[in-house]
Design a protein around this ligand. Sequence first.
Ligand SMILES: *Cc1c(COP(=O)(O)O)cnc(C)c1O
Length: 377
Amino acid sequence: MEFRDLKRQYQVLKPQMDAAMLEVAQNCNFISGKQVTELEQQLADYVGVKHCVTCGNGTDALTLMMMAWDIKEGDAVFVPAFTFFASAEVIAFEGATPVFVDVDEHTFNLDADKLEQAILKVKEEGKLCPRAVIAVDLFGQPADYPKIEAVCKKYDLLLLEDAAQGFGGRIGDRVACSFGDAAATSFFPAKPLGCYGDGGAVFTNDDQTAELLRSLRVHGKSPSSKYDNIRLGINSRLDTIQAAVLQVKLKAFQEYELDAVNRAAKSYTEHLGDIVKTPVVPEGFYSSWAQYTLILDSAEQRAYLQQELKEQGIPTMVYYPKPMHLQGAFAALGYQQGDLPVSEALCERVVSLPMHPYLNEEDIKFVSNAVRAALEK
Ligand SMILES: *Cc1c(COP(=O)(O)O)cnc(C)c1O
């Protein structure tokens, strides 16, 4: 059994996928081909945002927004402690200071009350200038944007949605990648919408920001010429072949994959909800299930469960074993064990089960029975 079965997906999509990739090879329009512009329009339409600017990967998508907002030394950017490293890395990479905030123990996402406390603390200390918040849609579920947007408005902070894992999620009729002032997503193969390599995109309704992003992703070019460089930028474009792959995948994602992962998640929860803490989806929220993540009683119980499942050929993963504030790369910031207790406890106790749109009911029963058997022992 695969943790995320990309091979099965390819077998299902093979005719369209082979044709799409071959067309790019035959036309040799490898960089900035028409598929890239078409995909940007399709993604913007799906999300309901005016501009989609694709780029080389999700980390660059976040970085491009840090650059567009001129985030720099002396600035504080608030970010959850329980996330993938890139969410915080991009802040420090600009010379700014990530301020880690604890998460909600049920949704794994940024806790809006703790965000406000962290902002007030930074203001009181008076050393850093609070500039922005990066909220993360962890495991496919949007962060609590109604509350987070209100806090950002109150303290006049920019809000960036890190939707690297969140593409396809919703709160009511608002779609992931449409929250905050801008959003970034990733098309890394294992994300909800993945390509066949690296890829990413930024979404914004702001015309000026979109124009700036289109310049920044191609060496700070002017709107009219690639060889007229009006600022410093980076080289971060989505390859045409990845855009072609994504056009095929976006169609499948919209037509049935998103429904399929939600059916799979519902079935897992029906099989396991009475014996272990299953994921919580608050009223009105809709997840794209980048991960299906259980919370166990202890690190020992988790290690035991992983071993039992492994013996039956069932792969599991721990996202994430170490919170941001205790990462060696951020040691100089001086955080201690115990500073952000919810994130620390989650890192010891979470485990993710196989999750993808091509799991069938038998697969889910097999995994669920193995989890039950292990936990009931
Ligand atoms: C994957 C991921 C990223 C980075 O995306 P890449 O395409 O791998 O650069 C950023 N943030 C989160 C939360 C992610 O899961």
